[in-house]
Design a protein. Sequence first.
Length: 341
Amino acid sequence: MKRCARGGLALALALTFVSCNKPVSKDVAATVNGRPILYGELERAIAAQFPNAPLKANPDQTVQLRLETLRALIDNEILLQRAEREGLLASDADVEAKFNEDKALYTQEQFQKLLNDRKMSVPDFKAQIRRDLSVQKLFNKEIGSHISISDADVAAFYNANKSSFNLAENKVRLAQILVTPTADPNVNNLKNDKAQNDQQARNKISMIDLRVRQGEDFATLAQNYSEDANTAPNGGDLGFVPESALEKVNPELRKAILEMTPGQVSPVLRTAEGYRIIKLISKEPAGQRQLSDPRVQEEIRQGLFQAKEQVLRSAFYEVARSEAKVVNYYAQSVLESRDKK
């Protein structure tokens, strides 16, 4: 392919060359291996993730929001294309099953409002489901199936960290899903989902609470939606918390935790940081926890698996990006506009 003459920093953002003879439509925000991502898709993604964002209030914040959202769309498109090449696209039956499952969480009026708020049609919604399921199948094949945690790995971790399994006082192991009423740029959940204000935060936590009550996996919901950047990647796991530390937290939260039984999930709790749903994983008495305890083994095994999965997923993203041919036209236009001011 004949290379176009390039000049200026803006064009340096392009990761591939575009034919000079084929001008790109103004509707195209970016391309991934020649496949376009349209501005309409970008606006729908923003509407879905930030339905109440004041996009005209601060132009610079609006541009930053679009750049971040487009980057996520580019990454998703890269992964979807890899899933296609490997024959891992979700089937129509899988998509319909997930669609019906999601739709059942709402009344007909609520579901239609959800679509309207996100500027989506039913086909758009199903397309997003297909993407999510396909990418998950890709991760399961390329990452999850390659991780093996042996008994020797578990024993080695226990022996290297034995003192951390010696509890000086009674502790509770907790997991949480946190939703805050303000947008935090450090939030990094799998859905890139951030509440922008109190009303949106209350709507979001109510949706999550409903899904928890209907039996969806707490850790998966935390990874997808929790706005605690420290615990979301680990399924909301807070680890072991001394009972004495609970005295420093919100009295309502402390009371709820101490009255819960292992496996139980709290109602929605309002705290200074926002809205929380707490899951009590276990209660552990003071003293040395032994490797022979199945709960200790499972805790270590899950922790080692999640740590390896996170590393491999990050590496997989980077390799996939490096192998793709991406042109970000919106980013180019942002840089080009600086010279016109």
